[in-house]
Design a protein around this ligand. Structure first.
Ligand SMILES: Nc1ncnc2c1ncn2[C@@H]1O[C@H](COP(=O)(O)OP(=O)(O)OP(=O)(O)O)[C@@H](O)[C@H]1O
Ligand SMILES: [Mg+2]
Length: 230
């Protein structure tokens, strides 16, 4: 991507289960704090805060280390997700909404200097809407809010197992609002699944469209930019 994700942009990180979305996105927050001294918010809507800490700790990344402690804020909103709205119920009864996300982010950015944001994952927002155009309107408002905030954002989204050029987002509309889309997936080869990552779109920069191998190393996840998977 000729230097990486542009500051202040919005990137969708899409992939089926187990493609390392949570590890990659939490590593993005950790590395921002450790390597660049940038404050980061990790908003988790699915996994518990402890799970995020644990996965980072497994790769030697300690969010409580003195040099990063004040810069990383893991916010666990999974508790708001009490249950799915039943058919016919108003969405107000469902506690995670675009408004809640915007309020949460605003209250943190008013108090501290934050440059990076992860939302893991935005897929759950879709449960709120019966009408796709309502969802499109709210997502538009939300992405405008993110742009104005100046945060460099990674929005995690779950997609179907078989990718092969199909939808790169859960609802088929998030990708148009994001500046960039990185797709993670699996390919079967010689009796095993291999993980790959592809930059499907990245506004403002040139990039290749290769399926790059994704490896787990003792220090975290690595996307091998010099190799491709066939
Ligand atoms: N310590 C570790 N060493 C090696 N591999 C690990 C380790 N911890 C996790 N993994 C791998 O990471 C995978 C989980 O990654 P992660 O939670 O980031 O996936 P995800 O894309 O967020 O999944 P989901 O869609 O279910 O949230 C595990 O299935 C396992 O293969
Ligand atoms: Mg995850």
């Amino acid at each position: 991507m000729r230097g990486g994700i542009k500051q202040g942009s919005i990137t969708l990180l899409a992939g089926p289960t187990g493609t390392l979305k949570t590890i990659i996105s939490s590593q993005f927050i950790y590395n921002g704090a450790k390597e660049y001294g940038e404050g980061g918010i990790y908003l988790t809507l699915e996994e518990k805060e402890d799970g995020i800490r644990q996965s980072l700790a497994n790769f030697g990344m300690d969010v409580d280390a003195p040099e990063v402690k004040d810069k990383i804020q893991i916010v666990d909103l999974s508790g708001l997700r009490k249950r799915k709205p039943q058919f016919g119920e108003s969405k107000e009864r469902y506690a995670i909404s675009v408004d809640v996300l915007m309020e949460t982010i605003t209250s943190i950015t008013q108090k501290s200097d934050v440059k990076r944001l992860v939302i893991d994952s935005i897929s759950i927002l879709g449960l709120l809407y019966k009408d796709q155009s309502d969802m499109r309107d709210d997502l538009f408002i939300f992405t405008e809010f993110l742009r104005e905030s100046g945060l460099t954002s990674l929005l995690v989204t779950e997609i179907e197992e078989e990718y092969r050029g199909k939808r790169v987002s859960r609802f088929g509309l998030e990708e148009f609002l994001a500046d960039g889309v990185v797709v993670l997936g699996y390919t079967q080869s010689k009796g095993e699944l291999r993980r790959w990552a592809t930059v499907r779109k990245m506004r403002f920069t040139d990039h290749n469209l290769h399926m790059h191998p994704v490896r787990i190393t003792p220090c975290g996840v690595e996307i091998v930019s010099t190799e491709k998977i066939y």
